[in-house]
Design a protein around this ligand. Structure first.
Ligand code: NDP
Length: 318
């Protein structure tokens, strides 16, 4: 596809989740000529979350409505938002400008904010890829309803696994949480809720080794991590599902070689969200930080846009 003429922009924002949309809002307020590019649906991981009870000022929000409100706020302020997956970001060493290439357009940007978020991490059991979308899921909000009256197994011991296991009790007849260690990492309040829910069984020191079956899963191979022994459980084909919530992998592919990463693979920034490449900022789950939440993603986006405006010598929101 020909991309002869690059579209000049002050700022290109990559990612339309809370970090990217917050950056879009703040870019408008600094009067930057900016575009926000999203790969699939706007919202990122937040739209996979059914219930959000810790975003200040919006009690009992659901992920989709929250991000929809953020998007409306951005576009009502004049932000340009496009569904156009970014394929590459390069720096023109002679000009210091950043070239952002999508499937349809090339952008020549003075500054870029990458708020590309993270993807669900695979648990690594045999059969995971084979049954993904047919018995193995990474999204309870999307797929929970297909397990009405059925049994589900949830893998993971963090906040996501605990919250999604509780959410799945609305549909499933039984939810078995498989935790590889002898304790959960989830917040105490969630652990207590799991304990108190009759539909939930927590199996500590248990790993899922393999899922087998025909078109749909029918057999699980599990390992007791206390003894190292494996055992099998067989069910009617399609009578259960496996939900995986074992953390996330940051989407750093686009900035590979342009930024420094920490040991866990997250982008290293200063407190202005600046990376080691001038004009390239990152925000949200893709960066190294102690707390990955919607509220911190939104805060990162605001800081990154304000820093980009300062980098461009534009008036900065007071
Ligand atoms: P976490 O990294 O917090 O937890 C991952 C869990 O999965 C751990 O229990 C880990 O076990 C387990 N795990 C990792 N790899 C495997 C594997 N291959 N097989 C089996 N188990 C595995 O990830 P989350 O997605 O839960 O949370 C990500 C971030 O988002 C966290 O900072 C969390 O606090 C935050 N969050 C906050 C929420 C809230 O505040 N309401 C809701 C959801 C997420 P081990 O402990 O053994 O490493």
């Amino acid at each position: 596809m020909s991309q002869a003429v690059a579209v000049k922009k002050d700022l290109v924002i990559v990612g339309g989740g809370p970090a990217g949309l917050s950056a879009a809002i703040y870019a408008q307020r600094s009067l930057l000529d900016a575009v926000t590019l999203e790969r699939e649906a706007l919202g990122g991981q937040v739209i996979l979350t059914n219930e959000i009870d810790n975003y200040p000022g919006v009690p009992n929000a659901d992920g989709f409505s929250l991000v929809d409100a953020m998007q409306r706020q951005a576009t009502e302020l004049g932000a340009e938002v496009a569904m156009d997956p970014v394929e590459a970001i390069d720096r023109d060493e002679s000009t210091g400008r950043l070239l952002v290439r999508t499937a349809t357009t090339s952008y020549d940007a003075a500054a870029v904010i990458v708020a590309a978020g993270a993807q669900p991490r695979r648990a690594g059991f045999k059969g995971e890829e084979r049954f993904a979308g047919h018995g193995v899921s990474y999204c309870a909000t999307c797929d929970g309803m297909f397990y009405r009256g059925k049994q589900v197994f949830v893998i993971g011991g963090g906040n996501s696994a605990a919250e999604e296991a509780l959410f799945l009790t609305r549909f499933a007849s039984k939810v078995t949480l498989l935790v590889r260690k002898d304790h959960l990492r989830a917040q105490s309040a969630l652990v207590q809720e799991l304990d108190e829910n009759d539909k939930v069984e927590v199996r500590l020191l248990t790993s899922l080794v393999a899922v087998d079956g025909g078109e749909l899963p029918s057999r699980l191979t599990l390992r007791d991590n206390a003894t190292g022994n494996t055992y099998e459980e067989t069910y009617d084909e399609g009578s259960f599902g496996v939900f995986v919530f074992v953390g996330r992998v940051p989407e750093t592919g686009l900035v590979d070689g342009l930024v420094d990463l920490d040991e866990a693979g997250y982008v290293v920034t200063d407190e202005r969200m600046a990376t080691s490449t001038p004009g390239l900022f990152v925000a949200g789950d893709v960066r190294e930080k102690p707390l990955r939440q919607i509220v911190t993603a939104a805060a990162d986006g605001a800081v990154a846009a304000t820093s980009a405006a300062a980098y461009l010598g534009r008036p900065v929101e007071g």
